[in-house]
Design a protein around this ligand. Structure first.
Ligand SMILES: *Cc1c(COP(=O)(O)O)cnc(C)c1O
Length: 433
């Protein structure tokens, strides 16, 4: 078995996500046989550095022994049971830990990030109807946001390519400008831009708060929308506005949670407490699908009643799966035992310094927060060829338009960082027209 034979089989049987299948005629699939640390190994024996942590889910490297051991141990005890009417230790222990970390009250589980968003949206609007304000059912979302691709989540996602063909199925909500500093005017400071955006938002809230249930945001970094970054002052201002106008704040930390931005959760940059936090991706260290929506006590209490229809009647078959929960508990203990957040500070500085070597090349908007780095390649660099070139030399990346970003697993070593920068530099130099 080699790359080619496996690819043929895959293309015959698998419908690959977020892809035009025909493009695989010219851009071959890479069949992965095994992975360890930052490295993915194909069937021809070549290895690739996973510079985007397998769509941002991997935290400490592939095949991590502690997470693997935790899943194995749990597997011998209890593989799965439903948690409506029943409960089990992994889901209790994980929830207690997450509640302590976020200071929110209760954890509601799903399997993917998009589930967590659906749940937050349903809970928020249901809350307002329980409070006899059923007209509060619109969600405010930011331009360039990404919250997932199921219908509810897609309704508050503003990536036109993902929305275009499903417009008739989507509910229309309220879009506002993004605080992403790349959109500021030339003569504006970042902070001036942020207060302008907060003022605009205030006017929307002022006019429409009677119909607004919640605002959903990706704190600090709008990831899939092109790694747009913004000031924590936006979050501080936003929390105040939400308080003043009785609007829930949903923090979608699916991508930025678990240390990506340099803090355990990105909301910590502004020290704010949202009404909902959505978590997924890194939660199991990249081993198993799991998501959670954390809700404040105020939200939880509104549903607490004798009447069943006042309850939150939502479920997924694998809600609170014990194997996934045990992987998540192991993930949290690695953060603690190996002091990941402070170790990452050192790594973050190192890679930022190494990347100085590429700043003279035709690229702009170089930005960085925690374990995320991004820049736009100038139009003179052919992005597809650039990506192929990186791959050829053993670096797996997946640019968003002209935006190149790095989100490597936290276990990345000095040598591996140097390798990454060297390949990127060469690939840009090669593709300047
Ligand atoms: C990936 C992502 C989602 C959706 O998660 P899935 O697991 O792909 O459904 C939601 N919000 C953000 C910010 C994301 O990056």
């Amino acid at each position: 078995m080699n790359n080619q034979s496996i690819s043929i089989k895959s293309l015959k049987h698998v419908w690959h996500p977020c892809s035009q299948m025909k493009h695989f005629e010219t851009n071959p699939l890479i069949p992965i046989k095994k992975a360890k640390g930052v490295w993915l190994y194909d069937f021809d024996g070549k290895r690739y550095l996973d510079a985007i942590s397998s769509w941002w889910v991997n935290l400490f490297g592939h095949n991590h022994p502690k997470i693997k051991a935790a899943i194995k141990k749990q597997m011998n005890q209890l593989e799965h049971t439903m948690i409506a009417g029943l409960t089990h230790e992994p889901v209790i222990n994980l929830s207690a830990k997450l509640n302590k970390l976020t200071k929110l009250g209760h954890c509601f589980y799903g399997s993917d990030g998009a589930n967590a968003i659906e749940i937050a949206i349903k809970m928020s609007t249901h809350y307002w109807s329980l409070k006899r304000q059923p007209k509060k059912n619109k969600i405010v979302y930011l331009k360039n946001s990404y919250h997932g691709e199921t219908l509810g989540a897609l309704s508050v996602t503003s990536v036109p390519l993902f929305q275009r063909n499903y417009q008739q199925l989507l509910r229309s909500h309220i879009q506002v400008d993004s605080p992403d500093w790349r959109f500021k005017k030339h003569d504006q400071s970042e902070e001036e831009y942020v207060s302008e955006k907060l003022n605009e938002l205030k006017r929307v809230f002022e006019k429409k708060s009677q119909m607004i249930s919640a605002i959903i945001i990706e704190p600090m970094v709008q990831c899939a929308g092109g790694m747009g970054m913004y000031s924590p002052n936006y979050l501080t201002g936003l929390r105040k506005l939400c308080n003043n106008y009785d609007i829930h704040l949903i923090a979608d930390e699916v991508a930025v949670g678990f240390g990506r931005t340099g803090k355990m959760f990105a909301i910590e940059h502004a020290n704010i407490k949202p009404d909902f936090i959505c978590l997924s991706k890194g939660i199991t260290g990249g081993f198993l699908p799991l998501s959670v929506t954390l809700a404040s006590n105020d939200i939880f209490n509104a549903f607490y009643d004798d009447d069943i229809s006042h309850g939150f009647l939502h479920s997924h078959s694998y809600t609170g799966n014990p194997l996934a929960c045990s992987a998540a508990i192991a993930t949290l203990s690695i953060f603690k035992d190996e002091k990941i957040i402070s170790q990452n500070k050192i790594k973050s500085k190192k890679l930022t310094v190494l990347l100085d070597e590429i700043k003279h090349l035709p690229l702009h908007n170089f930005r960085h927060l925690g374990m995320i780095w991004a820049f736009e390649l100038d139009k003179c660099v052919h992005i597809e060829n650039f990506t192929k070139n990186c791959l050829h030399h053993g670096l797996f990346i997946r640019p968003l338009g002209q935006t190149v970003y790095l989100m490597p697993p936290y276990c990345i070593s000095d040598n591996e960082m140097q390798f990454m920068v060297k390949i990127i530099k060469k690939a840009i130099e090669n593709e300047i027209h």
